[in-house]
Design a protein around this ligand. Sequence first.
Ligand code: 6PG
Length: 238
Amino acid sequence: MRKVLIKNNLDELGDAAAGLFVAIAIESIAMRGKFSVALAGGATPRALYSLLGSDKYKKKVNWSKVTFFFGDERNVPADADDSNYRMANETLLAPLGINAKKVHRWKTELEPTEAAADYETRLRANGPLDLVLLGLGSDAHTASLFPQTKALNEKEKLAVANWVEKLDDHRLTLTFPAINAAQDVMFLVSGKEKADAVAGVLEGESRPDDLPAQRVKPTSGNLFWLFDVAAASGLKGP
Ligand code: 6PG
């Protein structure tokens, strides 16, 4: 099932995402006794994470049943300004007092391929993720699955070190097998600068090497696209 939600602005988008996150978490814990989620990086999810850690939402979830992963990570130390782990820790994990044993950080202190192998082991021990949160770049990348990169074609591994020429660096990322095995996948996209990528991914011709987010097709799970009006402004369809 694919569902598109369009909200007026980032605040309303964050609130809608928080409500959906909580609903999915409650159902997962009720049905399976646990909830494993891969957090997205970048700037957009900050509003969602801050809301989840706020008085409005934090008491709605039994956080002791939640295990946190990360959809991707930059090849930087965990305390670096651009670390996805650091952003999520500051906005969500620390405010909620999440036990570090329930947080699977990419070990960026290792060589990228070693960090990916370590993450693969932990992902396989967990089993399919219950929810994967994703952002979308203006080039239609998601997680660290960038256009024309090797990781796009990974069919077996769940976690890889992906060389990204335009960044001149490795990025650590879940693969499409890991993402598409999830029970639910939620994209959170805000801003006019994403409008062309959104329209291309959802309404354009199939060009998955150039529009990697087109490869997000949960095998049996639900796919939710949450946009603000600006990010959805290029869409023509209903
Ligand atoms: C990252 C993210 C990446 C992000 C998009 C959108 O590590 O940056 O995982 O995939 O979601 O680039 O980023 P913004 O939300 O900052 O626009």
